[in-house]
Design a protein around this ligand. Structure first.
Ligand code: AHR
Length: 536
């Protein structure tokens, strides 16, 4: 009896001490641990994991980045307020022009005098495409926002010759017809577009010109040959599987195309969308782990193919998660088609999922070398516009924190904390179900860059703060550590026009002087970034 009382007393004392850090109820007496070892490196974080995506779909282009009649737009028709928000988001590269759209897009429709460009019936999203924005306008836009372009060619209704001619238009200085056409249209210098993907989601039955893996591989290989003969330094991305519906075989698709294209491509593209259709917070919080699991499976497949590949000095194939996001509300009926298609309104729990996706990319920095948040404006996007203005959705803030801070080398970090398990649940609409065991309440990535460590932590726990010992295994923490937190009154908190409920908040610095350990309590349902120095 005496022993029990003593233990309880001890527990109460440490709980009180921890509540001091957290300002929130704390029930556990044992601190979680994050052990950081700057010698245990995974790989370099590629800046291209901070990519985004602009598709001719709904109000992403027209009414999003481009609104020529608006008093908010510049002389070229680009919305100034949106441009500024995109610049602040620090997007490294932008995928264009689709998505499903690209599989019925003919790039020649979108160049030359605007009044001569044809209006086409756009079959992927059931809308009319005016072609008022095309290659040259988009290239001007990427220059202004300081991002690199990443183009996707039409492997559906398009031909390999059409793909070659687009590369010629964009990348050849002068001489052949399409290079001269670009000059005639007022663009003397080639654009030198480095990244090109060989189609979009070609394994999906919904794709215009959908192919089986063998036929896709043949077409993609020949397109790659012509494109590379035209512009030898381009980097090519193969369309990996996006079809994880119960009757599909995504691993078979990926295995075939990796085998067939292993000498030719530089990336395999993967797509993932997750959601919370059953309104189960804890299930939803574990969905980015599915992305991690798929990453590891494809990493193994790549390793197997690299053994026999003939790639010269081009290094191995990497993974491009060139579409990822939360997308489940605007996914049926009218919300899938027409002008207001795919307009999701995001909340705090969605922002926590985006932070976790970014943690997954950082934790797998050796193989994930590109990622594109789908999409940039209005369509499942961090930026939302009306004719009168715009607001930043909740998911804007974790992306912005990562893209401006997380760089250098990803570290293999040990995390010891409480866990939970999920039952079987769908990760998104139409997708196969999953079970997640031992999901840690803390989702962590760490990077080290020139003496500075950046620690990114999602506390998945909805109700409890998690007091955590941050431990340096090699060298001492030293200096004032900056702390940023993204949180809100509850997990369903949203932003709107004139109302910013969820955003980044700078917390007081943590002062650490030459210590191997400090303690911080991560608030319930939060994303926290801590930045400071480790002295060797
Ligand atoms: O980003 C929305 C759509 O999702 C894209 O057009 C397609 O590639 C994916 O299915």
């Amino acid at each position: 009896m005496i022993k029990i009382l003593k233990t309880r007393k001890l527990l109460l004392i440490s709980a009180a001490a921890m509540a001091f850090f957290a300002g929130t109820e704390v029930l556990s007496a044992q601190n979680a641990r994050i052990k950081i070892d700057i010698d245990r490196t995974i790989g370099k974080v590629d800046k291209n994991i901070y990519g985004s995506f602009v598709e001719h779909l709904g109000r992403c282009v027209y009414g999003g980045i481009y609104d020529p009649g608006s008093p908010l737009s510049d002389k070229d028709g680009f919305r100034n307020d949106v441009k500024q928000a995109v610049k602040d988001l620090n997007v490294s590269l932008v995928r264009y022009p689709g998505g499903n759209f690209v599989s019925n897009y003919h790039w020649l429709d979108g160049v030359g005098p605007k009044d001569k460009r044809p209006t086409r019936l756009e079959l992927a999203w059931g809308r009319l495409e005016s072609n008022q924005v095309g290659t040259d306008e988009f290239m001007k836009y990427t220059k202004e926002i300081g991002s690199e372009p990443y183009f996707s060619v039409n492997m559906g209704t398009g031909t390999i010759e059409e793909a070659q001619r687009w590369v010629e238009y964009c990348n050849v200085d002068s001489g052949p017809y399409y290079a001269e056409l670009r000059k005639k249209y007022g663009h003397p210098k080639p654009y030198d577009i480095k990244y090109w993907s060989l189609g979009n989601e070609m394994d999906g039955f919904w794709q215009m010109g959908h192919l089986n893996a063998e036929d896709y591989s043949k077409k993609a290989r020949e397109a790659a040959k012509l494109m590379k003969l035209t512009s030898p330094d381009i980097k090519l991305v193969a369309a990996g599987s996006s079809n994880y519906r119960p009757n599909a075989d995504p691993n078979a698709w990926n295995a075939t195309i990796l085998h067939e294209l292993r000498d030719v491509v530089d990336y395999i593209a993967l797509h993932i969308y997750v959601g919370n259709p059953e309104d189960n917070y804890y299930d939803f919080m574990s969905t980015p782990l599915v992305c991690e699991q798929r990453t590891k499976i494809v990493k193994g497949m790549i390793a197997r193919e690299m053994e026999k590949a003939d790639r010269g000095d081009r290094g191995p194939i990497h993974i491009a998660w060139d579409e990822y996001n939360v997308w489940y509300r605007a996914r049926a009926g009218a919300s899938m088609h027409g002008t207001r298609a795919l307009e999701e309104h995001y909340n705090l729990e969605d922002a926590l999922v985006i932070a976790q996706f970014l943690n997954v990319f950082v934790r797998n920095a050796d193989v994930v070398k590109m990622a594109n948040l789908a999409q940039l404006v209005n369509v499942i996007a961090p930026i939302y516009t009306s004719e009168k203005g715009m607001f930043k959705q909740t998911i804007y803030y974790p992306f912005q924190l990562f893209s401006n801070n997380v760089k250098g080398t990803s570290l293999d970090t040990y995390v010891d904390c409480g866990t939970y398990s999920t039952k079987e649940f769908p990760i998104g609409l139409g997708e196969s179900k999953t079970i997640q065991k031992d999901v840690p309440y803390l989702d962590v990535s760490t990077t080290y860059d020139n003496g500075e460590v950046t620690i990114c932590v999602v506390n998945r726990n909805k109700d409890k703060a998690i007091p955590t010992d941050l431990i340096s295994e090699e060298g001492k923490f030293d200096g004032d550590f900056e702390v940023y937190e993204i949180n809100g009154p509850n997990v369903k908190s949203e932003n709107d026009f004139g109302k910013t409920t969820v955003q980044t908040e700078k917390k007081p610095d943590i002062k650490v002087r030459n210590a191997a350990k400090f303690t911080y309590s991560f608030a319930p349902h939060s994303f926290t970034m801590i930045k400071g120095h480790i002295k060797k």
